[in-house]
Each structure stands twice: as structure tokens, then as C-alpha cells.
Design a protein around this ligand. Structure first.
Ligand SMILES: Nc1nc2c(ncn2[C@@H]2O[C@H](COP(=O)(O)OP(=O)(O)OP(=O)(O)O)[C@@H](O)[C@H]2O)c(=O)[nH]1
Ligand SMILES: [Mg+2]
Length: 275
């Protein structure tokens, strides 16, 4: 089945959705990447604000719960012009999909109309409560538990999240899934300080989730990629100054299998479209 080019970024709060879109916008403006801006986009105020904050060396702000921004950016990719359609919304909505196990019309529409899903997971914040390989419960330090994305058992909740969205879309799980195509983006990659590949990190951090995806999707229908849209935290004066002195588009990278550090963030979209 041919999949359309509409992209849904799915991610709980604080996984870097807005930062990625702002950085992507900067790269498109710059016109040096694989995807380039074709003409001025209409109404991308939310992304533009986030981009302006980064230009000032400030972090993005958490997107309000009720925000539902359609991002429509006309782009050129390999000589072909098309409108890149992404959505930015408050990640708390995603947390509620799992917590309440229910979805509204907005999420039914999102799940149905977008044939390409990019799932944002911030592995540094995934809590490993029970580690079979260590045959016991992992040590839980206070800092880690506070930053947990979902609360108890993050990886099983990511499984539930995918199941809820497949249900909203009306996609059964009796046959291997072809569409939606699924790009799993491991975000804030810089926080991991690792030489491992994205596949290895997902397997290490979320073995059950990795197995769930591999068991339900066609082998070519999903992919795992590392993303550091910001490259480092903007918590210190020194780091903020780097953003002030150079432009935000000089920072950020992807981790692909074929190139350990790819500076062209637009290739994340290319990867999602190639699935
Ligand atoms: N170290 C590091 N921090 C990042 C990166 N990307 C985003 N962050 C930080 O992560 C935090 C959350 O980023 P956002 O882009 O606002 O996350 P979001 O997914 O849009 O969150 P909601 O709007 O609440 O759903 C911010 O403090 C960012 O500065 C990155 O690549 N590396
Ligand atoms: Mg946001």
C-alpha cells in the first residue's frame, strides 16, 4: 500500500518535539540540507517563537496542553516540491492517551490521516525498573525517578501508547503492519554520551518495547534513529552564549547507521519519507 507523506510526531512531554521542529525550520531556512524551504510557510507562529528563543540562547517552553499546531512548510526534496505537514501539540495529550486509555476525534484524525509516525523517546529519561539481565530490580535514584516520562514502567506505557494509536487508526495487529510507517527517534542523544548505535540503545533501554515493534511491523516498515536537535543543554551561560554567537542551525545532529554524526537534521524527515 502506498503511504502518504503526512507526518505525525508522537511524543510525551519534554521529549524535544518543539525543539526539533524549531531546529528543522532553521535548517530549511538555511537551504543547505537535503530538504529546503520552497516558499514562505503560512502560520507557523509556535515554531517561529521556539526558533527565536533558541536564537536568543533560551530553551523552548513546554507547549500548552490545548495547543494543536498544524505545521505546513512548503519544501523541495530532490527537485520535487511538496508541503511538509507536521503537528506540534502539548505532549501532556500523549500522556493522557495512555493514562486514560481514551482518545478524542483530534487523535483519531491524527492517527488515521498520517501514514508516517515519528515516535519521540528520550532514552536518558527512561526508567529501567526491573532489569532481567541483572536479575533484580535496578537501583533507583531519586533524580532518575523524578524525570521519568510516564511514571511506572515507561517501556510498557510506550507499548500501550502505540496500541492506543493503532486502535484509533483502526489498524489491526493480526497481520504485520506495513502502514503507518514508524520511525523511532531517540532524542536528546547527547545526554547518553555513548558510542552505541540507536538500535543498541533501544534494545538496552527498552527490550520489551523493541520486541513488540519487531514482532508487529514488517521489517522494512520501521527504523530507529538517534537525534540531538539541540546538541547540548542550554542550562549554562557558556552554552547559551554559543547559541547567541553562532546561529541555532549550527547545532544539532542525527545518528544514522551509515554516518555516526549527520549534521543535516532535515534527513530525519527524509528517513521518515523513505520508509
Ligand atoms: N540536551 C538536550 N536537551 C534538549 C534537546 N532537545 C530538547 N532539549 C531540552 O528538552 C526540553 C524539552 O524540549 P521541548 O522541545 O520543549 O519538548 P516537547 O516535546 O515539545 O515538550 P512539550 O511541549 O511539553 O510536549 C527543553 O528543556 C529542551 O531544552 C537536545 O537535543 N539535547
Ligand atoms: Mg512542545
Amino acid at each position: 500500500m502506498a503511504a502518504n507523506n503526512e507526518i505525525l510526531i508522537i511524543g510525551p512531554p519534554g521529549t524535544g518535539k518543539t525543539t526539533f521542529l524549531a531546529q528543522l525550520y532553521g535548517r530549511l531556512l538555511d537551504k543547505k540540507g537535503k530538504l529546503q524551504l520552497a516558499s514562505a510557510p503560512e502560520n507557523i507562529d509556535g515554531i517561529k517563537n521556539a526558533y527565536d528563543r533558541l536564537t536568543d540562547g533560551e530553551e523552548t517552553e513546554s507547549t500548552p496542553y490545548t495547543d494543536n499546531l498544524e505545521v505546513k512548510i512548503p519544501v523541495i526534496h530532490e527537485g520535487q516540491e511538496f508541503v511538509l505537514l507536521c503537528k506540534d501539540y502539548g505532549g501532556e495529550q500523549v500522556r493522557d492517551l495512555v493514562a486514560l486509555m481514551e482518545y478524542d476525534k483530534t487523535w483519531i484524525d491524527r492517527a488515521k490521516t498520517n501514514d508516517r509516525w515519528i515516535l519521540f523517546i528520550r532514552p536518558a529519561e527512561i526508567e529501567q525498573r526491573f532489569d532481567l539481565s541483572k536479575k533484580g530490580f535496578a537501583e533507583k535514584d531519586q533524580k532518575e525517578s523524578n524525570s521519568s516520562i510516564f511514571g511506572t514502567s515507561d517501556q510498557s506505557q510506550f507499548i500501550e501508547l502505540v496500541q492506543v494509536l493503532l486502535h484509533a487508526r483502526g489498524t489491526g495487529m493480526k497481520d504485520l503492519i506495513d502502514t503507518p510507517r514508524l520511525l523511532i527517534a531517540l532524542t536528546c542523544w547527547d545526554e547518553l554520551r555513548t558510542d552505541s548505535t540507536p538500535e543498541e540503545i533501544l534494545q538496552q533501554k527498552m527490550p520489551l518495547f523493541t520486541q513488540f515493534i519487531a514482532a508487529n511491523w514488517l521489517p522494512g516498515g520501521f527504523k530507529i534513529i538517534g537525534v540531538s536537535a539541540q546538541e547540548f543543554p542550554l542550562k549554562t551561560e557558556e552554552n547559551r552564549d554559543k547559541y547567541l554567537d553562532e546561529m541555532p542551525q549550527n547545532f544539532g545532529y542525527l545518528v544514522l547507521d551509515d554516518n555516526p554524526k549527520e549534521k543535516d537534521l532535515t534527513r530525519l524527515i527524509e528517513k521518515a519519507l523513505a520508509l
